[in-house]
Design a protein around this ligand. Structure first.
Ligand SMILES: Cc1cc2nc3c(=O)[nH]c(=O)nc-3n(C[C@H](O)[C@H](O)[C@H](O)COP(=O)(O)O)c2cc1C
Length: 354
């Protein structure tokens, strides 16, 4: 296997647990954000932003696929519906050392719909099954699918169950279900993350339909307490659907998106609370954490990465603390200056009073 990634370490990318994953988020979960997340949890499974197959196959593939070895375990999310292009992209993902390749069947944006990518694929179950089967035959890493509960007026249980059963038969290794449907017309991608109501019950029913298959639930989960009760089977939704699911049904994983990105600090408790590890000594405080990122940021700046492209991910780190506004202002404004340098980090942290 030829590894083209920079400074690839011996970490085994295939050993990981899906109890908690961080959602793929375009413009948010880039390699810098993921590096910052990994500094707080070594176990959470991280996802890339969605990368469309044409960007990998026709564009600068290395720019889209490179990552820091510290980010592992790391899944690459692909956008596409051409089996050949997905196979080629999945093979490249495997060669780069990704832990998993995930197919996006949940993004509702107009731009991707026109390329038959994302949530609109829920209307093409046979094609999705073909894509999954082709990728499964081509790579050894897990092939997973992230999807919604339905699209537009196709939001019945029968429609969802039929889609998942058909695609699953092609060999999906794990499902991630964003527990709301998407409106393909009339709502922006942002509105599509909040407006259609969440329905966790349907995710449990899917798990009960295919009990031997792994299912992660996603959508609206903001705290690790919620993650715990969803995994333990004590969340109220279990009682709500007890007559519709096999007794003992439990979800295998929880995927959190905004709840983590907007409150990165939550990740420091994940290894202990969700993965059952012993508490570690570091980092003790947000300040200590931020300063521990300095060598990485400095190294990336030497390579030509503008400071603001990294600091944008840590603007809300001190939210709610005295001085947070000032911190955010210094980080936000001064990182964008042409002469921005790493000393801004210390200056910004200085605004935090505690
Ligand atoms: C800024 C942003 C970008 C997103 N980009 C993607 C993406 O590239 N692929 C994807 O499958 N979902 C994407 N999503 C949806 C999230 O993965 C997730 O399904 C959604 O935010 C619901 O989870 P949450 O309530 O925990 O945030 C994005 C969400 C946000 C906020």
């Amino acid at each position: 296997m030829s590894l083209k990634n920079e400074d690839f370490s011996s970490t085994d990318p295939l050993i990981f647990n899906r109890r908690l994953s961080v959602a793929p988020m375009l413009d948010w979960t880039d390699r810098h954000a993921r590096f910052f997340m990994r500094a707080l949890s070594k176990n959470a499974l991280l996802y890339s932003e969605m990368v469309v197959t044409s960007a990998i196959l026709l564009g600068d593939s290395h720019r889209h696929l490179r990552y820091n070895s510290e980010e592992l375990p790391l899944a690459l999310q692909l956008g596409g519906s051409d089996p050949k292009a997905l196979v080629q992209s999945a093979k490249m993902a495997e060669e780069y050392g990704y832990s998993e390749v995930n197919l996006n069947c949940g993004c509702p944006s107009d731009r991707v719909q026109s390329g038959r990518i994302g949530a609109c694929l829920m209307n093409h179950k046979e094609l999705v099954a073909e894509c999954v089967a082709a990728m499964k035959a081509a790579v050894k890493i897990p092939v997973t699918v992230k999807t919604r509960l339905g699209i537009d007026y196709q939001d019945s249980w029968e429609f969802l169950a039929d889609f998942v059963r058909t695609v699953d038969a092609a060999g999906v290794d794990h499902w991630i279900i964003h527990a709301r449907k998407a409106w393909l017309k009339g709502l922006s991608p942002k509105e599509n993350r909040d407006v259609p109501p969440l329905d966790y019950a349907k995710v449990l029913r899917l798990k009960s339909l295919l009990p031997s298959k792994g299912f992660s639930i996603n959508g609206g989960i903001r705290s690790l307490d919620e993650v715990q009760i969803l995994l333990q089977g004590t969340h109220p939704v279990y009682a709500e659907v007890q007559n519709q699911i096999i007794s003992g049904t439990k979800l295998d994983g929880v995927m959190m998106g905004r709840g983590i990105y907007e409150n990165l600090w939550i990740l420091r408790e994940v290894d202990q609370k969700i993965f059952g590890e012993k508490p570690t000594a570091e980092p003790q405080s947000q300040k200590e954490y931020l300063l521990s990122l300095e060598p990485y940021i400095a190294k990336q700046m030497e390579k030509g990465v503008p400071l603001h492209l990294m600091t944008k991910h840590i603007l809300s780190l001190f939210a709610g603390q005295p001085g947070a506004r000032k911190y955010r202002q210094i980080m936000g404004e001064q990182s964008c200056a042409t002469a921005a340098n790493i000393s801004i980090l210390k200056r910004a942290v200085g605004a935090i009073s505690s």
